[in-house]
Structure formats: C-alpha cells, structure tokens
Design a binder for this molecule. Sequence first.
Ligand code: NAD
Length: 303
Amino acid sequence: ERAVVLITGCSSGIGLSLAVRLASDPSRAYKVYATMRNLAKKERLMECVKGSCKDTMDVLQMDVTDQQSILEARDMIKEKRVDILVCNAGVGLIGPLEAQSLEAMRQILEVNVLGTIRTIQAFLPGMKAQRSGRVLVTGSVGGLQGDDPSGQLTPAGLPFNEVYCASKFAVEGVCESLAILLQHFNIHVSLIECGPVNTNFLANLRRPEPGEAALVQVDPRTQGLYDAYIRHCSSMFQDAAQEAEDIAEVFVEAIRSQSPALRYYTHSALLPLTTLKLAARDSSQYIKTMSHFIFSSHKAEEP
Ligand code: NAD
C-alpha cells in the first residue's frame, strides 16, 4: 500500500521539488497530495512531472492561513488518511524591525507559525488513531549555533530577520514539544533545517514597502548596516545556496529512516561559524562572530 503524503506550499521551491521527487519515485511507494494556496500556479509543478505521475500525484488547493481550506483539502484525500505530513509553506520578512508594519509581521506569523500549527492540528487526530505517522517541517538555520557539549547545532538569530527568525524558532518549539508526546503514538516529528536554498524564497519574501503604515524613517547607521546585510545575503546565496532537489533528498532520508531524528541539517558545512560549537553557552561568541561575519564589509567602510 502506498504511503499517503501531503505537502504544503508546492507551487515552487522545496515543496515543488519534494512533490516531484516522491511522486516520481521509482518504487511508486508514495501517493502525493501536492497542495498550494493558488491553483493557478500549478503549471510549473505539472510541467515537472509531465503527465508521468497521474496515479501518484494529485494537486489540491490549501491556504494554510485558512482553516476551511485545510479541512476541505483533507476531505478530498481519497485514502482518508495521511501517513506523511510535510509542513513546508512559509514566507520570509526582512528589513529593519522598526520599519515593519504590524500587518506584515502578523502575516508572517500567521503563515509560518499558525499555518504550520493549524495544518498539524488537522491531521494529528487521524495519525494518532492509526498509531503511526510522520510530520516533517521545513526549518531554517538563520545562522548555526552550537549550544551544547554534544555539538548539536540549533537555529540562531539573524539581523534584519527578527520576525522571520521568531517564527522559525516558534516552529522549533512546536516540533520539539510534540515530538516528546508523539513518541507514544508511533508518530515521528522531524525538522529539516535549511540554510540558503535557491528557490523563489528571496523573490517572495516581504520587505517594508514605502508608504506602508508603520514605515518610519530608518536612521542612516541602520540603513548602512542593512545594505551591508543585503550584500552579505546575496553573496551567501551565490556561494553557499543549495538546490531544492538537494533538500528534497534530505526529506527522503528522513522519510525512509526507521527511527527518524528530530533534526536534520541539509548543509553540514554551512558556515565557518560551526567552530562556535566550542563557544560559550551564553551566546556572546555567537553574537560577536555573526556580527563580524555579516557586517565586516560595512565596518571596513566606517572607521
Ligand atoms: P518558495 O517561496 O519557493 O516556497 C514557499 C511556498 O509557500 C510557496 O509555494 C508559497 O506559495 C507557499 N505559501 C506561502 N504562503 C502560503 C499559504 N498561506 N498557504 C499555502 N502556501 C503558502 O520558497 P522555499 O525556499 O521553497 O520555502 C519553503 C520553506 O523553506 C519555507 O518554510 C521557508 O521558510 C523555508 N526555508 C527556505 C530557505 C531558503 O533559503 N530558500 C531557507 C530556510 C528555510
């Protein structure tokens, strides 16, 4: 019997790649429900599978901010169960914090945090009842920080990404908490922690728009640091970004594992910052090193 997979955010990026990867798996072991907020954007996905996945993939509409659409998608699942739930939909938000509108911040939290929670809520009772299931969530390592002696890496903050990082940290808390309970139901929760990935993420992320309600005049020092961050970000994406297909393989590894871990890292050599594994537990080393790493070009300009 095929494992029934439901993935959110499949119109582009990681969600699209994973849907294609699983639906075209030579074993034909998966039936994929590729969901997306806007069905008008399904052409790219359809092009990728070129009609080869007629019986292994269905596309459904699902907006993770809309409870009704989640429940309607759930009702459309022919098998009446989901074995593997992938919460992948997410959006970024960058810019100086004081320039973010309440509306933009709410929107990010609504999609990344409550959207993920709502989706899990909808499928959890079914998984509990069948005493099996997998929940996989696309996580983000803003920067990498090692904060325990075993060398485990945990996500860490990134300047000009305060609200985005807050949303991704929140998701960490949700998953870690659930993982403990769901052991008792043979349900495994895994976070697939990504660094930069070549997707529509950068194009789709929100930034403060001129004229947005809460936009304040950002001081020149902040603006300079923001410009330096943007340069850093572009070079990180140029030099270190992974492809969505690589991320899909890490999902597959987690899915195939008999005893999946809570965290998978897609990019072990992400940053020279991995040396911070040995650094102080109070995070002071992380703050200093990250600031130097991101803003060194800026400091060079300003004595
Ligand atoms: P992407 O923008 O290509 O994909 C995000 C998808 O989420 C899009 O298809 C978008 O339509 C969808 N989405 C947005 N709001 C939605 C909603 N309300 N309901 C349903 N779908 C919605 O970018 P991506 O890189 O593939 O992003 C996928 C996940 O990976 C996100 O959670 C993102 O935070 C995470 N991530 C990305 C990167 C990166 O560098 N690209 C790094 C770390 C984590």
